[in-house]
Design a protein around this ligand. Sequence first.
Ligand code: FAD
Length: 469
Amino acid sequence: MTHPGLDRARVRDATLRLALPLARRVGDSHLIDDPELLAAFGKDESHVPPATPDLVLKAQSEAHVIAALQLAAEYGVPVVPRGAGTGKSGGAIPIVGGLVLDTTALNQVLDVDRHNLLAVVQPGLITGDFQAHLEGLGLFYPPDPNSLETCTLGGNAAHNAGGPRAFKYGVTRNYVMATRTALMGGDVLATGTRTIKRAAGYDLTSLLVGSEGTLGVFTELTLRLVVQPTHLSTLLICMGDEPAAGRAIAQIIAAGLVPRVLEFMDGTLVQVLREEGVSAIAPGTGALILAEIDGTSETQVEADTLELAERCEDAGALQVLMARHGAEREQLWAARRLLSEAIKSRGKYKVSEDIVVPRAAADELLQGLRALNEKHSALVAAYGHAGDGNFHVNILWDDPDYRPDAVVDDVFALVWSLRGTITGEHGVGLSKKAYLPKEQSAPLIDAQRRIKHALDPLGLLNPAKIFAP
Ligand SMILES: Cc1cc2nc3c(=O)[nH]c(=O)nc-3n(C[C@H](O)[C@H](O)[C@H](O)COP(=O)(O)OP(=O)(O)OC[C@H]3O[C@@H](n4cnc5c(N)ncnc54)[C@H](O)[C@@H]3O)c2cc1C
């Protein structure tokens, strides 16, 4: 269902023909065609090899986005929407060349409506900047991907990004109330409403969120907000081993506690953190839990914090550290924040998967991963959002000739055996599209292809993503 002309040379040719009429509509200064500068728009934070686009438009307005999509349809040019390029599945890589539509200059907060607890933003706004803006107003936008200092809200919506706080607050999809979305050809859909409830027609807002830039380009997002919690406590809990950590997490959930963060780090990572000099780890620790409780009632936060600590002690905690204020809380977070970089010391090469299993299967998953460590010569280490069953499984090795494919296959087979899914946050993009048919049935994939065809009949918007040919 891709456009028949998506051959690399023909795409380049078509893009060069589009450049002049596009420059007339948007102005020369927003277009980039210098080969040295183009390369920066051909990669993201995945392991997918980069691919250089033929042209980049740094859109300054919705009208620029519309102009690009009208001309792209007319000239048969593929268009890849792009935010900050922090994606981890190759979603923003222009694999067949063509035009990259950079949305980072569309970075304004258009409205904050505190009575209705919502904000209207442009898609290129950096997530952390938006959160900082709201903080001064006593408001809160919970989704917190670990890349929040650099990634954009448009990229978050395209990938349905989550983060540590998803256990209590949910993921991006739970916050996108409405969008303005430009389709290939230039039509703009105003989807969703400013209301809490809606039942009119199909829920296209939810469909567009998580569609990885393959169905439309967000030009505006209306986001739900909550009131800023006023009280917070952070706990770092040292457990003797991974099964004990699993028991503690199960007891926390069974007790009806809803910490906003419930993160897990396995035994290998504990060792890495020790070597990095993290002092808060008790002797004998074989797994760590990081939890955070928030709320607007000090008494409730205090009570929940103590109960969470008790549940962990019942499950055999070796040490429970608690902090309620800025710098102390940051010290406890240090272990978690260090992880992504620290783990690189364990192998010259690394791939990282972001699988999800039903919460109650977390124990079995961790056991299975330990078995893979024995079976393969690569190191397999896991950390992540245990409260959601969403784990980042890191595969590390040193030998440049080693291929991790067999380990990845085994990790995914384990995940499917537990009725889980291959991605909870990073999307399919290019890196996982070969695996999608193993997770989803042919009719289900076919239904999604037909949706894609209905909204992008020429197959020009972010082509070759999600679905294998
Ligand atoms: C260190 C690090 C930590 C991370 N931690 C997390 C995490 O905790 N949770 C998580 O979910 N992800 C995480 N990520 C992945 C990544 O940051 C997210 O996927 C993020 O949402 C991507 O945003 P971006 O602006 O960089 O988008 P890009 O990488 O530029 O694009 C991602 C996808 O969105 C599409 N897109 C971008 N803008 C638009 C638009 N306006 N309209 C339509 N489609 C668009 C692109 O076509 C592409 O398919 C992490 C990445 C890094 C490098």
